[in-house]
Design a protein around this ligand. Structure first.
Ligand code: HEC
Length: 571
């Protein structure tokens, strides 16, 4: 069946023809991994579906009837495709993200992937709405590319899967040149088409703001982004890490809540960077290199001299291998209770320390069992060290009361860097004089017991808080899990029964123990209940999972999991 009876625009005008020439990518990236959020806020990454036979991608727009009808036709095949473990993703690189999210019912109930930077469509070399692509989640290549004739789908899918099963990668690409479907307008690239992208004034400043402060010499990142040639050499890898949303780290769903930093590149930044990489990183003669400018010399304590400096017990880190989480206690000897306004981190060796959680524990708690030290009533989570940042200041005029009956406990995570080292990290506490106007409280929603079955891709654990006894202002939030953590979410149920999503972390990565700060402190009235959720992926498709055949319970070590949500509020 063809769609000749439908109102489709034909590619006839010279302008469009010229445009399509301009759009011809300098490098074709029809293969490769990618990750996108869907209209419900779930994250989908091709390589995480290795246990599926194939993924069908249908580029469509709600404003293009032909492609929409095609998607609806595929939905008739949904039961059969599910049986074959074939996924269907609707790729929307055309409509406004807000419009896509507002359509809660999608054709076939398939996830609608929001490609608002159009970089995934570009990677897959999509030219028209109404094309369909069959992707192999293992090789991440295109098994088949066809268009606007869904009656072919069953046949080509069978053929593609048969070819794949005998290890003969089939590349059955129908030429889409003669396609009647609507051309996908690459609006960002169109804007760039008439001019050259400048390394000096566009790319280097973007990288400086978004990447280079972590990618420093002897930092945690494996390479320093400190000159053009480094960027050029790493550019294929840079493309991959931005397209899969691995970098910048800690990205959350920016449509939920109001947070200071959601860590993603904007659509414009993403499109610009990817296009520059695809043009093989041009740099005009005579352009200077802002990345090569020397960095300001770091002062020892950027906030000024702390009132109390505490040595984190030093750790010998071998050159290679995995290091389990460590839990270390340091006795404090405060003469009086103290109000703390900020905590600063002076990391000994930034190339190995990946996260550091700080807890205050009652001196009376004498157990030396690490699990006891960081859980239960006697332990209070205070702060987390975030790579790339040097301190954690509490909200305006709000302070944390560190009572004199407390010790500090640290939960540390190290990576090895290829060379032996001794990490001597210190933390600095800043005390305030007098009693503050407001007090910091951290609500820790943690589960002392739960079980995650072996080989399970989606294991969900949820918990509700007690109703809040008084009005509170939401200040920041830190989620914590280990390698099986897949996604996290927090919502609130107000006393009138209304529910509101506060944060959605759709692609949690345990290497990034971040604290997310609200852009404005948000009032959570007395009587409200927090609802928190962690989804774990204990399947072989989780790239961080060392042992999918293991059943996991609660524990601080890497061969167990944690369910921790720390909600910091101002009282
Ligand atoms: C908060 C610190 C931080 C920021 C910001 C950051 N990176 Fe990274 N990057 C890292 C660390 C740490 C690693 C190595 C560990 C990992 O992969 O998580 C890394 C790894 C990489 C790698 C190598 C991946 C590999 O598999 O070898 C590339 C490429 C990269 N980053 C590019 C970027 C780009 C491009 C940006 C900005 C758009 C960026 N990074 C922003 C910290 C950062």
């Amino acid at each position: 069946m063809r769609f000749n009876d439908m109102p489709v625009r034909r590619v006839t005008s010279v302008a469009l023809l010229l445009l399509s020439l301009l759009l011809t990518p300098h490098i074709t990236f029809a293969d490769g991994d990618f990750g996108l959020l869907d209209h419900r806020g779930n994250f989908h990454q091709l390589s995480r579906y290795r246990d599926h036979a194939a993924v069908i991608v249908l580029p469509f727009s709600y404003k293009d009837e032909a492609s929409l009808r095609l998607a609806e036709q595929v939905s008739a095949l949904a039961p059969q495709l599910a049986e074959q473990t074939v996924l269907v993703w609707l790729l929307n690189a055309s409509d406004e993200p807000a419009l896509i999210r507002s359509r809660t019912a999608s054709p076939g109930n398939f996830p609608v992937l929001i490609d608002s930077s159009q970089t995934v469509a570009k990677t897959l070399d999509v030219k028209h709405l109404g094309e369909f692509l069959i992707l192999d989640p293992i090789s991440m290549g295109v098994l088949y590319r066809g268009f606007d004739d869904i009656s072919l789908l069953e046949g080509v899918l069978t053929e593609a899967l048969a070819a794949k099963s005998i290890g003969r990668p089939s590349r059955l690409e129908q030429s889409t040149d003669a396609l009647d479907g609507t051309t996908l307008t690459y609006r960002f690239i169109e804007q760039l088409a008439g001019r050259k992208i400048s390394y000096q004034t566009e790319i280097a400043p973007l990288l400086k703001a978004r990447c280079a402060y972590c990618h420093v010499e002897n930092g945690l990142a494996p390479w320093a982004m400190n000159r053009y040639i480094m960027v050029l050499g790493w550019s294929p890898m840079m493309r991959e890490v931005v397209i899969t949303r691995r970098m910048p780290p800690g990205q959350i769903d920016n449509s939920v809540g109001n947070w200071q930093n959601t860590h993603e590149l904007s659509d414009e930044e993403m499109a610009l960077l990817v296009e520059w990489i695809d043009q093989r990183g041009p740099r005009e003669a005579g352009e200077s290199d802002p990345l090569a400018e020397p960095l300001p010399v770091a002062t020892e304590w950027p906030r000024g001299q702390p009132d109390l400096i505490i040595d984190v017990p030093e750790q010998f880190i071998p050159a290679t291998g995995n290091i389990d989480f460590l839990v270390k206690r340091v006795a404090l000897d405060l003469p009086d209770d103290r109000w703390v306004s900020a905590i600063a981190y002076q990391v000994g060796d930034k190339s190995v320390l990946h996260s550091l959680l700080v807890y205050a524990v009652d001196k009376s708690m004498q157990s030396t069992d690490p699990d006891d030290m960081i859980a239960g009533e006697h332990a209070e989570f205070i702060s987390v060290y975030v790579p790339g940042e040097s301190d954690d200041a509490f909200g305006e005029q709000a302070e944390y009361l560190l009572t004199k009956n407390k010790d500090l406990v640290f939960k540390l995570r190290y990576l090895t860097s290829g060379r032996e080292t001794l990490d001597r990290t210190r933390i600095g506490l800043y005390f305030s004089n007098g009693t503050p106007e407001r007090r910091i409280r951290t609500l820790a929603l943690e589960k002392p017991e739960f079980t995650i079955p072996a080989n399970t891709a989606m294991h969900r654990e949820v918990m509700e808080s007690e109703p809040l006894a008084s009005d509170m202002l939401l200040e920041s939030y830190s989620p914590h899990a280990h390698s099986r953590g897949r996604s996290m979410a927090v919502s609130v149920r107000y006393p009138d029964g209304r529910e509101e999503a506060l944060i959605n972390i759709p692609n949690y990565n345990y290497n990034w123990q971040l604290a997310y700060r609200t852009a404005e402190q948000k009032l959570i009235p007395a009587g409200s209940v927090f609802k928190v959720e962690t989804v774990y992926d204990n399947s072989a498709s989780n790239p961080f999972n060392p042992a999918p055949e293991q059943t996991l319970g609660q524990g601080y070590r890497a061969d167990s999991e944690m369910f921790s949500h720390f909600i910091r509020m101002v009282e």
